[in-house]
Design a protein around this ligand. Structure first.
Ligand code: LLP
Length: 427
């Protein structure tokens, strides 16, 4: 993590800002997003594609981190967005990403969402079923529009990642079965309100080797060739997202290797390509700051360090048994040995745990920690479970920092609730 460094005087810094200074001012739990890190990663990924000689447009997967400040940066860098809901679409528009650069994925787009997307004339809709294709055709025809679509095919390839984030197996709910895709494409080309322009695939997330990508892209290439052989036109292939990061000791996914896989399998098709990265861009660009509420020791057992961040803030460890690095903000003094520690949140569930048997220096009451690689699927997956207000969010860049979302106030937890009079309540 080149964006993080430990200084003897200010402790852990992120893009040149002392994280303690942020925690002092804003309190914890608090998300810190590094704009410089995000931008550097965005540029590296874009450059990897261009250096491989590929005509690729980059659509940032909004679901990874949908903050307007992040989306606005993506737009200013000239890129587009991959969205999965009307809410995400509205955010991209609020953040100034041109609708023409938006791609809409997802297995269940509602009529209202499709009307919104087709009404805005977004760049592309990735269709996930025969049923959806008919719905889009009907809505586009009614609105007097033409929807540019690709068919998302399920290549039945094992992405070798966590079962909950694998999407390209036949058993998963995503995409059109490979064997049905050619016939459905021919049908798409004949439907009113539809411009069939190609195929899309996305096999999963946190993918660390190129093998699954190569296998999926090879299948898509096979499909493009066979569809073309039967006289259809194919101009676009969307290669999906999924490149993984180094949460622990894994070797991070390399955009250059992804570019090489795309080039090897799809490079000679003469199609316009697209990618939809989320985690690789946002994950290492964010941390979650937290303070130790107390240490709980029972005799010889591994101590519990209870933090003021919990599963309602960062769900990934509870949901996917994900491993996130934990670093104290204070410089480590050499006299303090590390020892196995359980780091847990205060929520009333045993699953509310950030780390088990993690080798950490003593973390007394009041000590602060940074939970690393929390910029993707972190704040976006937060809830207010246990009536815990949503944490504050801060953006840092080049030694500067600013609050980009204030901590939710207690009253905001219930501001949309009413106690009906017919229950006898008054409030
Ligand atoms: N495109 C599509 C169609 C997707 O479904 C996804 C992610 C992406 C792109 C972006 O994938 P990425 O580059 O971020 O891997 N909450 C889970 C991850 C869920 C990913 C869902 N789809 C987690 O925290 O691990």
């Amino acid at each position: 993590h080149p964006q993080l460094s430990m200084t003897p005087t200010s402790g852990l810094t992120f893009e040149g800002v002392a994280l303690n200074a942020i925690a002092d001012a804003v309190g914890t739990p608090c998300w810190v997003m590094g704009a410089g890190t995000f931008k550097r990663r965005l540029r590296r990924m874009d450059q990897a594609m261009r250096e491989a000689g590929l005509d690729v447009s980059l659509h940032y997967a909004v679901k990874a981190n949908d903050h307007l400040a992040v989306l606005s940066l993506v737009g200013r860098e000239g890129h587009g967005a991959d969205i999965v809901s009307g809410g995400e679409l509205a955010r991209t528009q609020k953040a100034g990403i041109p609708a023409g650069r938006v791609v809409f994925s997802g297995v269940g787009k509602t009529d209202a969402e499709l009307e919104q997307a087709i009404g805005l004339d977004i760049g592309q809709i990735n269709v996930e079923s025969a049923e959806e294709l008919d719905i889009i055709s009907a809505i586009a025809s009614r609105l007097g529009r033409t929807a540019r679509v690709t068919l998302r095919v399920n290549p039945d390839v094992d992405a070798k990642t966590h079962a909950k984030i694998t999407t390209g197996l036949a058993a998963n709910k995503f995409g059109i079965p490979f064997d049905d895709a050619a016939a459905l494409y021919a049908r798409a080309a004949s439907l009113p309100g539809i411009e069939a322009r190609g195929f899309a695939t996305h096999i999963g997330s946190q993918i660390l080797s190129t093998g699954p990508y190569r296998a999926a892209y090879a299948r898509v290439a096979e499909l493009v060739r066979s569809v073309r052989a039967s006289g259809q036109t194919v101009s676009h292939v969307d290669c999906g997202g999924g490149l993984g990061i180094a949460y622990r000791a894994e070797a991070e996914g390399q955009p250059e290797a992804l570019a090489a896989s795309i080039r090897a399998e799809l490079g000679d098709l003469g199609v316009k390509l697209a990618i939809e990265p989320g985690r690789w861009l946002a994950g290492p660009s964010g941390v979650l700051l937290s303070t130790v509420i107390l240490r709980k020791e029972y005799g010889m057992q591994t101590p519990f360090v209870v933090t003021d961040a919990a599963m309602n803030d960062l769900l990934r460890p509870s949901m996917y048994d994900a491993w996130h690095g934990i670093v104290p903000l204070a410089p480590h003094s050499p006299g303090q040995p590390c020892a196995p520690t359980h780091v847990v949140g205060p929520v009333c569930e045993s699953g509310d745990s950030f780390a088990r048997d993690r080798d950490l220096p003593p973390l007394p009451r009041g000590a602060r920690i940074a939970i690393l690689d929390a910029g993707a699927y972190g704040a976006v997956m937060s809830s207010t479970y246990n009536s815990r207000p949503l944490a504050a969010e801060v953006l840092v860049e080049d030694g500067e920092w600013t609050v980009i979302r204030r901590r939710q106030a207690m009253e905001e937890l219930w501001q949309d609730e009413t106690v009906p009079a017919f229950t006898g309540g008054t409030m």
